[in-house]
Design a protein around this ligand. Sequence first.
Ligand SMILES: Cc1cc2nc3c(=O)[nH]c(=O)nc-3n(C[C@H](O)[C@H](O)[C@H](O)COP(=O)(O)OP(=O)(O)OC[C@H]3O[C@@H](n4cnc5c(N)ncnc54)[C@H](O)[C@@H]3O)c2cc1C
Length: 476
Amino acid sequence: MSDETIMQQSVPPSHLNLRPLRVLIIGAGIAGPSVAYWLTRLPPPFKCEITIAERHPTLRDAGQQIDIRGPGIKVMQQMGIDEQVRACAVDEPGVLVLNRKGKKVAFFAAGGIEKKKGGETKKNESKAFSAEWEVMRNDLVNVLYDLTKDREGVKYQFEKEFVAMGYEGHPLGPEKGVKVWFKQDLFNSETYDLVIGADGVGSKVRGWIRGSGEDKDDVFDAVDMAMAFFTIPGKEDDPKEFTWCHLPGRRLIMTRHEKPEYLRVIFAVVGDHPELREAHKNGSVQQQKEAWAKLFEPDRNESWQVARYLDGLFNSTEANDWWAHDLAQVKMKKWSWAERAVLVGDAGYCPTPATGMGTTLAFVGPYILGGEIARACKKVMAEGKWDGNPWSNTILPEALEGYESQLRPLVTEIHSLNIKKFMRLFLPEKAWQIGLFHAMARFIKKTPIDNIPALGKEGKKAWRLPDYSEVFTPEG
Ligand SMILES: Cc1cc2nc3c(=O)[nH]c(=O)nc-3n(C[C@H](O)[C@H](O)[C@H](O)COP(=O)(O)OP(=O)(O)OC[C@H]3O[C@@H](n4cnc5c(N)ncnc54)[C@H](O)[C@@H]3O)c2cc1C
């Protein structure tokens, strides 16, 4: 259907009481609030009543630097939050590589974001290892919450943890939909027309979508690597750069120092570590910390600042922001179920933090889902298909199909990065291999991420962000 056809609208018959779509979004991270935002811009008379359920008592605004790239930046700009995000963007000079004694080996200048120098705006074009935009996760989560919390039709409910859902018949009449149960009230269910799982890499909603028979394959593709993020008190002479120190045994310590009072520490390890895996799966935060500390304890007095990091991990309140995971790509054949439930962000297509693409997809996926719903609404108006319930007859089936077909090529491209192989090269086993890596590091100009056409120059091959400006209601 051409955009011109979309613009020729019929009006709903006066007898039709088109009620708002009851939408439940699980998770108030990045993808959840983003999809809520786009659903508030459907063309009238279509509207949603949106509940965002977050399992934590408050916004889960922990986390360290996260990257926003290419199409993610474009979406953020269309949401009108680029100025707020720019204001809290992290201004790192670049990447500093140290040897285990703390001596400088290489430096890569930061690229992308514009910086003001002497009144002039300059952009550094160097790309390797630096994202275009880097922000602290907590700042971004708060910007998105502020953007959405007072919008008409949106309500947040905290301390509300999704546990299960069940199907209530199809095609849905006005009262039918999906029944959902929450941990806080297992004896009562709530009914929604559409459930959107934005509940991160460990998504519970995903289990129900897989259980529906759409996709029985194992979707959790481990990349043989684990990462742990925590904060300790900063010191005046901590490096301002994103600093890396490789240790033998495929281990890496990274630090970031965007605020004088904090030092962000990241531990990474490649290979099979059953104790770590078990702690991530079933252990408490304390057990996870102990499992990680065991891996780095042998270097306590041998390597750059290890003693300080381990002491800070157990003794500083700052380290309560602990977040650790076995890295895995989430690969699903289909992201939706029976036109009643759909996944966005890490829940559906986590590419792993090692790619730095999770947040970009958590912006792009919700934009496309919202855009496809808006487009299908316009189509109903253009074709005058008001019979029955347009939400279930036309809009949701078409929109969910459009979401799959528009987004799938980008996700496939990002998932095709061979993270496992790259990380084995990037985190060498032996000390002499680390020496070799250091010698070569000086000549690295690009990472595999920089080769994704969607992030590079707009060539023939490049994936393009769909344009929904004709179907979304303009702001204000
Ligand atoms: C606490 C935390 C810290 C992080 N730190 C980093 C980091 O330092 N670096 C990095 O690269 N990435 C980090 N990430 C991951 C990063 O935010 C995502 O990869 C990316 O931004 C995609 O966002 P998302 O909204 O899909 O998922 P997430 O940002 O993971 O958000 C998911 C949300 O869903 C909520 N949730 C989960 N299960 C349920 C449930 N059953 N019921 C209700 N709510 C639920 C979670 O509490 C969370 O608020 C972190 C994620 C979290 C949750």
